[in-house]
Design a protein around this ligand. Structure first.
Ligand code: ZN
Length: 166
């Protein structure tokens, strides 16, 4: 990671942790899911209002470390207004980035501001903090019920049915 990206990473995470965006219960949510990362203790509930195949609004509530909160804050920002397919492909791009080798280039064109989370690759224990909100979003969109846990799997919300994972 370049020094510039490292500075930006810290700045963005501190800012979103201090003033999380979309940090509230969405009363008219059509989908919701709870996410839990036992390795760190992060707990999130993600709310989504889907209308005509688009994410009209996304929000979250919960408590956790600065990275999990900043990631949820930026995620809800990034997917609001997107089509469901667009939100899923953003999930995939994000997931690809945080699980790639730490010296692989991030893809800012596709991810925009979310590319700062390439910084977590240098701290493997933090990857689950950064991806918790995304897994929870996916679970919400699939209308899964119950709690998504990051325990014991790299991709708890998406691995099911894909086959071959562990
Ligand atoms: Zn965490």
């Amino acid at each position: 990671m370049t020094p510039e990206l490292r500075d930006l990473y810290q700045e963005v995470i501190l800012d979103h942790n201090r003033r999380p965006r979309h940090f509230h219960v969405l009363q008219d949510a059509s989908h919701r899911a709870d996410g839990y990362n036992p390795l760190c203790g992060d707990r999130l509930t993600v709310y989504v209002q889907v209308e005509d195949g688009r994410v009209r609004e996304a929000s979250f509530q919960g408590s956790g470390c600065a990275i999990s909160k900043a990631s949820a804050s930026m995620m809800t920002d990034a997917v609001s207004g997107k089509s469901l397919a667009g939100a899923r492909s953003l999930f995939e791009a994000f997931h690809r980035m945080v699980t790639s080798a730490s010296d692989a280039p991030a893809d800012p064109a596709e991810l925009g501001k979310l590319a700062v989370f390439a910084g977590v690759r240098e701290f493997p224990a933090r990857v689950k903090c950064a991806s918790l909100a995304w897994h929870t979003l996916l679970a919400a969109l699939r209308a899964d019920s119950g709690t998504v846990s990051t325990e014991g799997a790299d991709e708890p919300a998406v691995a099911r049915g894909a086959g071959g994972h562990r």
